[in-house]
Write a protein that binds this ligand. Structure first.
Ligand code: NAD
Ligand code: SAH
Length: 419
């Protein structure tokens, strides 16, 4: 069967629109371009099958095609029911990639897409949030044997993998791509910082300047969201549970408050904790009329939708990706993108140049894993520093930015305790 026959997508005739988006992204992903030149000649993944679960949009498609160019058969599914773009799926299928995904599937369909992806029996995996790996270990251990290892894209996925490893049940090596410097410093901070505001702005079409933005979670993503909110002219409040992160936010000039106080003041709320129920009943009860809630962390669990529904007499979609909840006392609360990642479910995610670095790390880590999986064993490991450094170096070169090198004398000085 060819990719068109095997795939489960919405509509293959959307391929030309998807191809336009992919071409635009590809032109702005020079680091992947350099890797492509190499793998087209060497075909390091010839004969291997790579299964990917990621946000199925244009930049992801560029990486999927690069892995295909490296000789692999590529099978891909979406990592969030609302971030899959149907035209991208169609364009990928037209290029021989097998796709199991469509925008806004039912929960049963969404799950079945993961299963179909795993049933192709991949050798290697790229996961986002550890969904593929979790299903393999918990529900389909019969498919574990073929898998030699994988790479994980995001913070929460790594937390899940570490817990699996700690329980002694992880069956193959996983590389923590998220924790590379060239990922978390740039993707989580600047990528999330820009794309969250892009998502909120295009969805609401409201002014941010002069408003109060509450950022819940001041990790890598939260720092980016808070920084860009400040740049847009907002007054920014940070909510944290970690004393060091809260101190950092204070030193950065942000107001630090507990959530029950911040809840009364915010016009916009953005959750980026990776945790559950960080906005819940007590907070809805004191929020301003018209408050806007967005999640940029994980799944749709950070904003407690169940208690919001319980407090409401009705809800309605008032604009694309905005659900308005009418509370008993007449106040309205607006939830963006059903509480799923606002930058991906109501936008195109991080910009191309950011995903260029992230996906370069993914591909180089995958190649490393392919060569070293037996040596690594069933552990979660960091991206080797040489790969991390190489990605930032290629990125700077693509911009024509040069940096200095240590002189031999300086190297000796830094390496000696006697001088
Ligand atoms: P991180 O660990 O650096 O930061 C999370 C922060 O949230 C920590 O400082 C933690 O102390 C804080 N926190 C946890 N529970 C809290 C609570 N109840 N109230 C207030 N603060 C709380 O993680 P990160 O890299 O910033 O990622 C955060 C989440 O965003 C993860 O789920 C990650 O997978 C996801 N993520 C999303 C995108 C995106 O494109 N939207 C990009 C990267 C990561
Ligand atoms: N799948 C889960 C996990 C969060 S995904 C969920 O949807 O809730 C967060 C990851 O999305 C980040 O680590 C980031 O690297 C990735 N991401 C952000 N923009 C992206 C884009 N344009 N294309 C693909 N992945 C993107």
């Amino acid at each position: 069967m060819n990719a068109i026959e095997k795939s489960v997508i919405h509509d293959i005739s959307l391929a030309p629109s998807g191809r336009q988006k992919i071409n635009w992204a590809k032109d702005h992903m020079p680091v992947l371009g350099r890797i492509r030149e190499r793998v087209l000649v060497e075909k390091p993944l010839a004969g291997k099958r790579v299964a990917i679960s990621l946000h199925l949009e244009a930049k992801t498609a560029c990486m999927a095609e690069l892995i295909r160019d490296a000789g692999a058969e590529v099978v891909i599914t979406g990592s969030n029911p609302l971030s899959t773009q149907d035209d991208i799926c169609a364009a990928l299928v037209s290029e021989g990639v097998t796709v199991f995904a469509r925008y806004n599937p039912t929960p049963e369909e969404y799950k079945s897409h993961f299963i179909m992806t795993l049933e192709t029996k991949p050798d290697l995996i790229i996961d986002d949030g550890a969904d593929l790996v979790t299903i393999l270990h918990s529900e389909r251990p019969d498919l574990l044997e073929q898998v030699k290892g994988g790479c994980e894209e995001t913070t929460t996925g790594i937390k899940r993998l570490l817990s699996l490893e700690k329980s002694g049940q992880l069956k193959f090596p996983m590389i923590a791509v998220n924790d590379a410097f060239s990922k978390s410093l740039f993707d989580n901070r600047y990528g999330t910082g820009q794309s969250v505001w892009d998502g909120i702005n295009r969805t609401t079409n409201l002014v941010v300047a002069g408003k109060t933005v509450v950022v819940i979670g001041y990790g890598w993503c939260g720092k980016g969201v808070a920084m860009r909110a400040k740049g847009l002219g907002a007054r920014v409040i940070v909510v944290e549970i970690d004393a060091i992160k809260a101190t950092e936010a204070h030193m950065e000039g942000f107001t630090v408050l507990p959530m029950k106080e911040a809840a009364k003041q915010g016009d916009f709320f953005v959750t980026v904790t990776g945790n559950s129920k960080v906005i819940t009943k007590d907070h809805y009860e004191v929020m301003k009329d018209g408050a806007i809630l967005a999640n940029a962390g994980h799944f749709d669990i950070e904003i407690d939708k169940v208690s919001l529904e319980e407090l409401s007499i009705q809800s309605e979609v008032v604009r694309k990706d905005i659900t308005q909840y009418h509370l008993l006392d007449g106040r309205k609360i607006n939830l963006l993108a059903e509480g799923r990642l606002v930058n991906l479910a109501a936008g195109d995610g991080h910009p191309a140049e950011i995903m260029d670095m992230t996906f370069a790390l993914q591909v180089l880590s995958l190649l490393y894993l392919h060569q070293s999986n037996e040596k690594i064993g069933a552990h979660v490991i960091d991206v080797p520093y040489e790969i991390d450094e190489q990605v930032s170096r290629h990125f700077l070169e693509s911009l024509g930015i040069q940096i200095d090198e240590l002189t031999p004398e300086q190297t000796e000085y830094l390496g000696s305790w006697e001088i």
